[in-house]
Write a protein that binds this ligand. Structure first.
Ligand code: DAT
Length: 160
């Protein structure tokens, strides 16, 4: 199945998605890289503007029925069977993005997005299978264990 790992930049998507892919034996996909490789998206200044529908088309075409983990802050808008939204205290997001060298404007934009649950709201709007995991104060290993536990429960629930 296609599992999307999404959340505000800096939340820990790449770290968790790679670890999760390793544990599940799924293929790890960097969605931004995938978009560039398929010619979806236009570079505007220092931003990459992505055409969501076009990207969703390529994701479906390439990965439907396969076991993949999609890593990216737009992955919750893709045709996924399961969406995982990572959360983190906005203050920590701000600190991580500062370390990454983001501009003040970009940092406050993303801190605000985390504060008002942008990714979660969009994900719930699009999908039924959405899991929200708070990563605050947890190691990547702890986060992945929590996700695996929740995925198992979901699978059992559907079967039973
Ligand atoms: P994203 O892909 O959401 O932008 P990332 O995986 O690149 O985030 O992580 C951002 C930074 O935070 C990176 O330096 C690794 C670190 N990090 C990720 N998950 C963490 C965790 N659970 N605990 C501590 N640091 C973490």
């Amino acid at each position: 199945m296609i599992i999307a790992v999404s959340g505000t930049p800096g939340v820990g998507k790449t770290t968790v998605a790679k670890l999760l892919a390793e544990k599940l034996g799924y293929k790890y996909v960097d969605l931004k890289k995938f978009a560039i490789e398929h010619g979806v998206g236009e570079v505007k200044g220092d931003e990459l503007e992505i055409e969501i529908d076009e990207l969703a088309y390529f994701v479906e075409k390439e990965f439907k029925g396969k076991d993949v983990i999609l890593d990216g802050h737009l992955s919750h808008l893709m045709p996924a069977d399961q969406v995982i939204i990572l959360r983190l205290h906005p203050k920590v997001i701000g600190e991580r993005l500062k370390e990454r060298g983001y501009s003040r404007e970009k940092i406050s934009e993303n801190v605000e997005a985390e504060l008002v649950d942008v990714c979660l709201v969009e994900a719930i709007d699009e999908h039924e299978n959405v899991i929200e995991v708070d990563t605050t104060g947890k190691t990547p290993d702890q986060v992945v264990e929590e996700i695996l536990g929740l995925l198992n429960k979901g699978i059992k629930k559907r079967v039973g």
